[in-house]
Design a protein around this ligand. Structure first.
Ligand code: 13P
Length: 255
């Protein structure tokens, strides 16, 4: 009987690597490791130009495919845009939405929610990024997070909420030297569950996976998942290093 995969590890390649050949090398090495793990769902989020290439390499589904973005438009004449239906028809089953690097370019909560709803209509699981720019000890960041989550999930019904994934990425920990402290990750995750409970009710809220992202590497990954009590990781830099990423996958699989 197949063991239920319980943890997600999503590699956000951002705007790397610079050639299809390098992308292929990274994907092949990680696919080999990921295909024998029973408790981790491994997801690649390469730059969109490599999606068809990586989709062919992972045709058996050993590694799932994610886009890093999707158009806000359902269809029509929109130069340079890629819509949710195209992603679905190209073998993509996850899509990162509302990453802080896109929010920094002007993406709003309202746009994030429109994208989330279009993805859900097309059977693609949105990995919705949320996170505060500054972490204070008076709890101001909690109010920010609550608003960001509620606004980014506008229009999502209880019925399709089971397909969403939340990625908590405190912006100050993205591309930094150190991740957030494990106890703080745990505390914030509980808060996110409370906000999700307000929206969808407790049973649904507790079934929605919550990932952590921000300076995760092969040395800290297992502790973050265990002590931070998250359902997986959204990984930037270390996802382009097959040795580090494979080691991380094995560690998470051993939990
Ligand atoms: P780093 O792991 O490089 O800090 O990036 C995190 C991230 O933004 C993943 O989406």
């Amino acid at each position: 009987m197949a063991v239920k995969k319980t943890k997600f590890v999503v590699g956000n390649w951002k705007m790397s690597p610079v050639s299809p050949l390098e992308a292929k090398k990274i994907a092949i090495s990680i696919k080999k490791c990921a295909s024998v793990l029973s408790k981790v769902t491994t997801v690649f989020a390469p730059p969109s130009i490599y999606l068809p290439l990586i989709s062919r390499l992972c045709a058996k589904g050993e590694v799932k495919l994610s886009s890093q973005n999707v158009s806000i438009f359902k269809d029509g004449a929109h130069t340079g845009e890629v819509n949710a239906e195209m992603l679905k028809n190209s073998g993509v089953s996850f899509c990162i939405v509302g990453h802080s690097e896109r929010r920094a370019l002007g993406e709003t909560d309202a746009q994030v929610s429109e994208k989330v709803n279009l993805l859900l209509e097309n059977g693609i699981r949105p990995v919705i990024c949320v996170g505060e720019g500054e972490h204070d000890h008076q709890g101001v960041y909690l109010e920010f997070l609550q608003n960001e989550i509620k606004n980014s999930l506008k229009g999502v019904t209880k019925k399709n909420a089971s397909d969403i994934i939340i990625a908590y990425e405190p912006i100050w920990a993205v591309g930094a030297k150190e991740p957030m402290q494990n106890s703080d990750i745990h505390e914030t995750t509980l808060f996110i569950k409370k906000v999700l409970t307000d929206i969808f009710g407790q049973e649904m809220a507790f079934s929605i996976p919550i990932l952590y992202g921000g300076s995760v590497n092969m040395r800290n990954a297992k502790d973050i998942v265990m002590m931070g009590q998250v359902d997986g990781l959204l990984v930037g830099r270390e996802s382009l290093n097959p040795i580090g990423f494979n080691s991380m996958l094995k560690e998470i699989n051993s939990i």
